[in-house]
Write a protein that binds this ligand. Structure first.
Ligand code: HEM
Length: 576
């Protein structure tokens, strides 16, 4: 009887299951290792710091954002061209030699985003930042021309008006130390609403500030997911407080973008085209008996490549934002959301859901990056008083003591300010890492290395931009790094704050023009001070590069801005 009982236990379904489990796991593991043989073989030839068995460098990328950043920089320091790291089973290769960066970014093959971007999905859907294949291609073709220079020139009045608004708001901080990032965030959201989205910020009942704060917190959550093995798992994530908070934040974020589309659609159906905020400005100027004043001077330069304006990339690099004016049809000279709605109306080019995804993408990419860039710029001006003297002297030379708004021509003359802006983006690139997942092997130029398909390749812009072989004193803030003769002697891909090639930033020209007007308006009105130095910055290589301690500066007024700018604008400009 005893024997029979034993036999029955051995033959029960659960015992068969346990008996087969181990060999199945072993077979699966062998299959998995064999299917990755190519990856392991090529990875073994790549240099990189030594990691732990099985987990590799997993523990280095867990923990607070600022320490992860420091650890990765420290561990990769002695590797001249590339550094490989295993994050558990995932092969990540950091590249920072301009020749290798060119191979990756200029290619039409290596355009798929790394799997880390999938955490953006509930927020950005299949928007331009993360989509791939035919969808990305056709939407990129549609969207890129909406950031053409001729469209951007029509935003200059709104860039000015919003910049003067910031100056007025900053009065509340006179003489106090405060975090300028809050102001930059709110301003960049409002500018986007009025320009690319073409709605009036006055019609939004919630301020851009709430949206900006929600975006910032969402980035914290996404970054926490990148740094935690548990939060990466969809199921475990849904059990955490982060998931609940994400839901609440997405309500705020999507709430704003849904409202933007709704109000723009309503205006569109009534035949209104162009920015509603622009029409309001014009109406206010007409009411005051003068024409609004930043019309382009008659001799203004046409076309998209303007001598003297680099638009944030090395001279000589070109992308689809650099197509000449005559290549752009009349219809395509519409601002972003106008074109989206028109395209949806005229055919099946883009659906309502897709419009929503693109609006969310542009709102995110367009504001957080420029808020970080402008905050770093102000921090650096505060630290380098001698450099700020030169920027102010240049602005005084252009504007004298006039309060007139900046014209496009003025922005061309802000050559030193532009160099300071580029140097800011070199030392503190708002997008510190650009990651792609390889579908094909990538043979590098810096050495006899091949990065295997299946690996994640990360352009560490922050390391690339501080390559001592390219920049003599890479850790010194020196705007002369962007003197034309120094630029001419440098590899094009040694400076890519906006990425480059087919997946470069579509907002590059928009960002540079807006930042020049915003920052020049602030420095025409205030002098910036800081009690810190760059060595005190606690860099947080989040999705967007930030300072953990905030961007603390102090302002002293240089001159007063009076009245509503639309009226001041008109009078000032007509009398100048
Ligand atoms: C200082 C400001 C900015 C910086 C440094 C910056 C940087 C970048 C970088 C590095 C990328 C490539 C990201 C990647 O491949 O992972 C990118 C992509 C993108 N950026 Fe920007 N950006 C800025 C401003 C803007 C603005 C103002 C907009 C829109 C108004 C914008 C819209 C986009 C979009 C839609 C993409 C995705 C393009 C694609 O994949 O085809 N960005 N940006």
């Amino acid at each position: 009887m005893e024997v029979l009982k034993k036999d029955a236990t051995i033959g029960s379904p659960s015992s068969v299951f346990y008996l087969l489990l181990l060999p199945t796991l072993i077979l699966w593991y062998i299959y998995w290792r064999l299917s990755r043989a190519h990856l392991y073989k090529l990875a073994a030839k790549l240099p990189g710091p030594r990691g732990l068995p099985i987990v590799g460098h997993l523990f280095d990328v867990i923990g607070p954002a600022s320490s992860v950043f420091k650890t990765v920089i420290r561990k990769s320091a002695r590797f001249e061209h590339i550094a490989k790291m295993w994050i558990g089973p995932k092969l990540v290769v950091f590249i920072y030699d301009p020749r290798d960066v060119e191979l990756l970014l200029s290619s039409h093959v290596y355009i798929d985003k790394a799997s880390e971007y999938k955490f953006f999905k509930p927020w950005l859907g299949d928007g331009l930042l993360i989509s791939t294949g035919q969808k990305w291609r056709s939407h990129r073709k549609l969207i890129a021309p909406t950031f053409h220079l001729n469209v951007l020139k029509s935003f200059i009045e709104l860039f000015n008006e919003n910049s003067r608004n910031v100056v007025r708001k900053l009065r509340a901080e006179d003489g106090r130390t405060f975090d300028c990032h809050d102001y930059m965030s709110e301003a960049t959201v409002e500018i986007l609403l009025e320009t690319a989205m073409g709605v009036s910020k006055e019609t939004q009942d919630k301020s851009g500030f709430e949206y900006a704060m929600a975006v910032m917190r969402m980035c914290d959550i996404l970054h926490a997911r990148h740094r935690s093995i548990f939060l990466r798992n969809e199921f475990i994530f849904t059990l955490t407080r982060y998931y609940k908070e994400q839901g609440r934040l997405l309500n705020i974020i999507h709430g704003l973008t849904t409202k933007v589309i709704r109000s723009k659609k309503a205006a569109f159906e009534q035949g209104a085209r162009g920015s509603l905020a622009h029409s309001e400005l014009k109406a206010a100027a007409l009411e005051s008996g003068a024409m609004a004043g930043t019309a382009l001077p008659a001799d203004d330069q046409e076309g998209s490549s303007v001598a003297g304006l680099s638009y944030g990339q090395s001279a000589g690099l070109k992308d689809d934002l650099d197509v000449e004016d005559n290549d752009i049809g009349e219809k395509k000279r519409l601002a972003f959301l106008d074109l989206m709605l028109e395209s949806a109306q005229n055919g099946a080019v883009i659906t309502d859901t897709e419009i929503k995804e693109q609006v969310d993408t542009i709102m995110f990419e367009g504001h957080d990056t420029t808020a970080a860039g402008s905050s770093f710029f102000l921090s650096l001006m505060g630290i380098h008083q001698d450099i700020q003297d030169r920027v102010i002297a240049e602005l005084d030379g252009i504007f004298g003591d006039s309060q007139r708004p900046a014209t496009f021509q003025d922005t061309l003359e802000m050559k030193y300010l532009e160099r300071c802006l580029m140097e800011t983006l070199r030392m503190f690139p708002p997008v510190p890492l650009i990651a792609r997942e390889l579908q094909e092997d990538l043979k590098l130029a810096s050495g006899n290395y091949v990065i295997p398909r299946g690996a994640t390749v990360t352009v560490a812009t922050i390391k690339l931009h501080r390559n001592p072989k390219v920049y003599t004193n890479p850790n010194v803030f020196d705007p002369d790094n962007f003197l034309p003769e120094r630029q001419a002697n440098r590899h094009y891909y040694a400076f890519v704050p906006f990425s480059a090639g087919p997946r470069s930033c579509v907002g590059r020209k928009y960002a540079m023009l807006k930042l020049k007007i915003l920052l020049s308006t602030i420095l025409r009105n205030y002098r910036v001070y800081s009690d810190l130095s760059e060595a005190d910055f606690k860099l947080q290589a989040d999705i967007i590069l930030k300072r953990e301690e905030g961007f603390r500066v102090r302002l002293q007024p240089r001159q007063l801005v009076t009245g509503r700018s639309s009226k001041a604008t008109a009078q000032d400009t007509t009398s100048s």
